[in-house]
Write a protein that binds this ligand. Structure first.
Ligand code: SF4
Length: 298
């Protein structure tokens, strides 16, 4: 069900920007997520989304955003893609993300977006404008196999499309990243698959991959995930229950092998294992200016 609302605010302040791509502000235009990944942590009770199938649309998001940016004296990266994917299918008609990006471009704020949808390519022209200041786009890729992704991330773009989109964004000079998470025990923990993700990301011009070698499991999120396992991978929920009981953060079984494969492949392709950010880019730019001016003077 889709519920349109007039929200009171659109940006929340993030006290710890270094934890997620340097985002000082988080912008959620929608609540709930149509991509319906079977492992989605946003189903957990702490996020208070009673029914994850209900999508809330903040129809006054562009007006709220403009009001808010007008008043900000200090620039900071605006992040989208926490707890919902900004480019879920209904964005195609609502175009709220696009309108918000246009406002961000006008006010010259840096942006970071994490997504699993190639709908982001629709907004290339605006992202290019924002990139005069800074734009970073991360695609979450958990498996190189389209058929497996269709099971665990049923309404997101297939990984093959995500790699293509990364290639296009990188060619435009936009900084791209892959968030390689979550890795689900028994399901997508093959070291060769991880190698393939790194290689295909590198082919697409990606310079950063940020991994997490496991997943979270708690309350409603776990119940839904186990329900889906029974439907899609019969017998696997039994293995999970036996192996993890009530543990919140669970690691993949062959952690060492997978991590080693990941690090080897990243090293071979010159990929960094960190989250890029506007602040880091700014300080490396300032550092290079400092080096140049020192060089000139000596
Ligand atoms: S795209 Fe992200 S927010 Fe949406 S269902 Fe998947 S994991 Fe959850």
């Amino acid at each position: 069900m889709i519920n349109e609302i007039n929200a009171k605010s659109i940006l929340s302040y993030n006290k710890h920007p270094s934890g997620w791509f340097g985002c000082r502000f988080v912008m959620n235009i929608y609540r709930g997520c149509e991509h319906q990944c079977i492992y989605c942590d946003s189903r957990s009770e702490c996020y208070q989304i009673e029914d994850f199938n209900d999508i809330i649309v903040k129809i006054n998001a562009p007006e709220l955003l403009e009001e808010s940016l007008k008043k900000k004296r200090k620039k900071g990266t605006i992040g989208a893609g926490a707890m919902c994917d900004a480019y879920m299918p209904i964005e195609k008609d609502y175009r709220l993300v696009r309108r918000c990006l246009e406002i961000i471009a006008r006010y010259r704020f840096p942006v970071h977006i994490t997504t699993k949808s190639n709908m982001i390519l629709r907004d290339l022209d605006v992202l290019e404008q924002i990139n005069d200041v800074y734009a970073n786009i991360a695609f979450t890729i958990t498996t190189p196999h389209d058929d497996l992704a269709a099971k665990v991330e049923p309404y997101a773009s297939p990984p093959s499309e995500r790699f293509k989109a990364l290639g296009i964004l990188s060619t435009m000079g936009i900084e791209t990243c892959v968030t390689l998470m979550p890795l689900l025990p028994f399901i997508n923990e093959d070291p060769e698959d991880v190698r393939e993700i790194v290689k295909r990301a590198s082919d697409a011009g990606v310079k950063y991959i940020y991994p997490s070698f496991g997943m979270t499991l708690r309350d409603r999120q776990r119940d839904y995930f186990y329900e889906k396992l029974d439907e899609l991978f019969p017998g696997l929920s039994y293995e999970y229950r036996k192996s993890f009981k009530n543990t919140y953060g669970v690691g993949i079984r062959n952690y060492r092998k997978v991590k080693q494969a990941f690090l080897e492949e990243c090293q071979a392709h010159g990929i960094k294992n960190e989250m890029p950010s506007y602040d880091k880019k700014l300080s490396s730019y300032q550092l290079s200016l400092f080096d140049q001016s020192n060089g000139d003077g000596s």
